[in-house]
Design a protein around this ligand. Structure first.
Ligand code: SF4
Length: 481
């Protein structure tokens, strides 16, 4: 059943005394999915649902927000749907919604394989969730919406119970954990125009569509009003934020709308720390690097994915930068913030990657001395250009390369850890351990995880911590009195 066939209005305010329905949300994958889940929960709350944290058994609606970045994504979703189908058999009226990248990639095919899906929505259509749930009720058929339209309508305008916060409509973006959260994520741009040859994002998330700066700032102000101290702006390619809004293909020399947005968010009262991810080096400008000097809220950390250390591999990946250009960006960052911690993503065993090219990646690690590296074996993704390359690297060889790369990076990471021990760093505390609530976990400005033991509630506090020991995962410290 097409999503366009029936027009359904949101539930009117006169129905609000009806007992609320429960929604259970499972979010897989990246932080962008977490932010999407929060936006869908916001819409559901305005339509008489509330989040349940007591598992799927008590839910009226189960929402699976899926991820397509790894192989066998569809298999994982189908296996979860198989389990939930048994629950559905015991509980007539239970609805199952599948959203996210698997929903976009597989669309109606997934509904044919799993008819227990009541609603299926791609990431570009999440604001249609309440309408599709009603459509499902009326037609009795699965409701499907995929694709990517530019929509100028603010998602919050679909919420029919505006209150006011000062002189602006009060929005509500709940946390999917249902808890107070110190660090919140804000999606600023969907999709990607780059078509790196290994990546499915342009197919599952579509082309770049930026949200308006007004809408983003409104959401940031709301999150701060709810206690957030750290805001992370998200996009598959955040650096090209706003190019679609100003009609440009390339980032202007002054850094363009993204630099403007970062300044505006950093100047928002109550934002203590500001981060952003993910950056493509091709769109990373010097004015953006310069912000790390002029805007200390950006902290001392930058994730700049390089993916490979040799120009030939980068060209075959269609990354649109050379290693020299990438190193120039590292120099800009280090000139702006000499102690900045830098991390990266790397793929080993990309089709056609020779031993010499792999060795160049190891040399890059030695040269940049990243704080952390997220390294993966290349995995072929259906529909991408690299999946059709004939010179695939064997799994054994990928394993060998990954182990060698990790061994080198572990050594470098440990050197950074040892250098930090004995120093005092400001730590923003985010949560405490479920097993032992006295163990508090926070982040330094250079994005290291720090654990301390304290009887006091430290959530949301930024406190000086003396670092006493640590490993490649986390540092241990003591609060400085
Ligand atoms: S820039 Fe990032 S999201 Fe876009 S195609 Fe390349 S790897 Fe994928």
């Amino acid at each position: 059943m097409s999503s366009d066939s029936i027009s359904i209005q949101p539930i009117s305010s006169s129905t609000k005394s009806v007992a609320k329905k429960k929604v259970h949300i499972e979010t897989w994958g990246c932080q962008m999915n977490v932010a999407d889940s929060e936006r869908m929960l916001s819409l559901l709350e305005a339509n008489n649902y509330e989040l349940t944290n007591s598992g799927p058994d008590n839910a009226d609606l189960i929402l699976l927000n899926t991820c397509h970045i790894r192989e066998k994504a569809r298999h994982k979703v189908l296996s979860r749907l198989g389990v939930l189908d048994q629950l559905k058999a015991q509980k007539p009226g239970l609805k199952i919604a599948v959203t996210g990248c698997v929903a976009q990639a597989d669309g109606k095919k997934l509904v044919e394989l799993a008819p227990q899906i009541d609603v299926l929505i791609g990431p570009g259509k999440i604001d249609e969730l309440p309408r599709l749930l009603r459509e499902r009720d009326i037609t009795g058929e699965s409701a499907v919406a995929t694709g990517f339209d530019r929509h100028n309508e603010d998602i919050h305008q679909k919420v029919d119970d505006h209150q006011t916060l000062g002189d602006e409509p009060m929005i509500h973006i709940p946390s999917v954990t249902g808890k107070y959260e110190v660090n919140r994520f804000v999606n600023i741009i969907q999709g990607c125009n780059n078509f790196c040859t290994f990546c499915v994002v342009p197919f599952t998330r579509g082309r770049e569509i930026s949200r308006s700066m007004t809408e983003i700032l409104q959401e940031v102000r709301y999150m701060v009003s709810q206690g957030a101290k750290e805001i992370t702006l998200l996009g598959q390619n955040v650096n090209s934020y706003g190019l679609d809004l100003i009609g440009c293909d390339d980032v202007p020399e002054d850094g363009g709308p993204f630099v403007e947005l970062l300044k505006a968010v950093a100047e928002t009262p109550g934002v203590e720390r500001l981060r952003f991810t993910t950056s493509n080096p091709h769109d990373f400008t010097k004015p953006l690097a310069d912000l790390f000097a002029s805007h200390p809220k950006l902290g001392l950390y930058m994730h700049l994915p390089v993916q490979a250390g040799h120009d030939r591999t980068l060209e075959r990946m269609k990354r649109k930068v050379t290693i020299d250009q990438y190193m120039q960006r590292i120099e800009w960052l280090r000139a702006s913030a000499p102690n900045i911690a830098i991390s990266t993503d790397l793929i080993v065993g990309f089709p056609g990657e020779t031993e010499e090219e792999f060795e160049a990646t190891l040399r890059l690690l030695e040269k940049v001395r990243y704080s952390f590296v997220y390294a993966f074996k290349y995995s072929s993704r259906k529909g991408t250009a690299a999946a059709r390359f004939l010179d695939q690297v064997s799994e054994d060889e990928k394993d060998r390369r990954l182990a060698k790369l990790n061994e080198l990076q572990d050594k470098i990471t440990l050197e950074h850890v040892l250098a930090a021990i004995g120093s005092v760093k400001d730590v923003l505390f985010i949560y405490n351990s479920k097993k032992d609530p006295r163990i508090w976990v926070g982040k330094t400005l250079d994005y290291r995880t720090v654990r301390v033991c304290s009887e006091a509630n430290l959530a949301g506090k930024t406190l000086p911590v003396k670092l006493t020991s640590g490993n490649k995962i986390a540092l241990i410290g003591e609060l400085v009195q």
